[in-house]
Design a protein around this ligand. Sequence first.
Ligand code: NAP
Length: 512
Amino acid sequence: MAQHSTTPSPRTTPRIAVIGTGFAGLCMGIKLKQAGIESFTIFEQAPELGGTWRDNDYPGCACDVQSHVYSYSFEPNPKWSRMFAPQKEIRAYTEHCAQKYGLLPHIRLSCKVVSARFDEASATWELTLGSGERVTVDMICSATGFLNRPQVPQIPGLDKFEGKIFHSAKWDHSYDLEGKTVAVIGTGASAIQFVPQIAPKVKQLHLMQRTPPWVIPKPDRATSAFEQGVLSVSPLSLRLFRLALYWWNELRVLGFVIDPKIMKFPQRAAGRYLARTIPDPVLRAKLKPNYTIGCKRVLFSNDYYPTLKRSNVEVVTDGIAEITRDSIVTRDGVARKIDTLILGTGFLSADAWAPFEIQGRGGLRLDDAWREGAEAYFGTTIAHFPNYFMIVGPNTGLGHSSMIFMIESQVAHVMHCIDAMRRHGARWIEMRQDAQQRFNRQLQERLGRTVWATGCGSWYLNKNGKNTTLWPGFTFAFRLATRRLREQDYVFASGLGSRDHAAGAAAHAAAE
Ligand code: NAP
């Protein structure tokens, strides 16, 4: 088998594999380059770059966080066409960044990483690609995201359906929905965006709702040429605008994590919006959630409720019993004949963290390390997995603000780790088990007091009910906590196969 290393360069800098070309992978690549490190390759499994904003191109796909904060701090865009930009524009932005910051020569497209194994003797990671090729590197920055494995529901008979079926994250644009009878399963963030787009085209739409979401109006609008002009000529106003949006979003965290009782105010407002928009009491009763707002992701839309009033749209709340070759059958025994089934059923997330087969020190598999639920230290480093960094790892997700802020914080944290390794002349850096445990104990205590623990089921929780996805606090607290490396929380190893503790030796010895 051919052995390759990443982009050739003098070994003064570590060989790094970045995995994924979404916002996280690109940010990692940009910061490596800015630090003068060229010895990295970004592996992308798809034939084109971009992560979730490449995969999700269903009709109506747009961001539900304001674009001026859902973009890199170092690459503000004064020209966003709307407050909440559509998918195409966000995707173009990521492509622009990859080009502008010189990442294209570093990217290997259609290169799926299928496994990674750490070799203690050589302090290297060996990656195996889908083609069978092996690649040896010193570090891995895994930026594969966690909303990228479409969840296909376990519904009896689904495989027997003979009509057209696809998931929202794999939209078939070649398929014409005009005049079709369609069932949509799911009423989450994706479905509420595409349902209003397809309803006017189809003959009949049966919306299969298991749990109604809380929906609030989306403060979206087109940005004017004047606004774009001012923001283009005045970087200060662009910065201030971003800052204002950031703090506006940040305030919302109070109800999510500090005291869920605060959520009664937005909940009342959402209830009033539902009452105002849906006068029919029968439909309104179907759409009224029975859990605290925020427990599942709060959805923003101006056209979802109005769409549900259309005469060709039916909201079906009886559970799905089975799917036959041409129908969807509910538990009350009613069979609805359909041509098309669209799955808006979300992604495998809280229980499916390891992006591929990963073996750390001592052959420990990440899936085994995470048997009780995924955990890391600030979502980035994991005990027993030296020189392995995750961007958008466990408990870095947000219910209230921009993931790009978290991504930039995490990437800075990885850069601190690389810096510290160089200073210590270490061959690897590894998270200390006791520090990771302490961090996660405190994290889970805080999560227990949040709105996400008020009793609803959501993709934030794994099968044991553990929240492995969300950060329970202010994003600036995450930034401040990761701004400097707490070297005592890490082990630095310098020799071949040896583990010399350049930092935190005493505490580590105590822990072992
Ligand atoms: P989701 O929020 O997980 O929603 C999945 C939907 O499918 C839910 O309504 C769920 O019902 C339903 N469902 C799943 N399995 C089912 C089954 N077996 N039978 C019946 N219904 C079933 O997924 P999503 O809408 O794709 O969104 C996922 C996440 O992606 C969001 O939370 C958000 O973080 C992100 N997203 C962001 C944007 C954006 O604008 N930035 C847009 C889209 C998505 P239950 O509620 O009962 O489980």
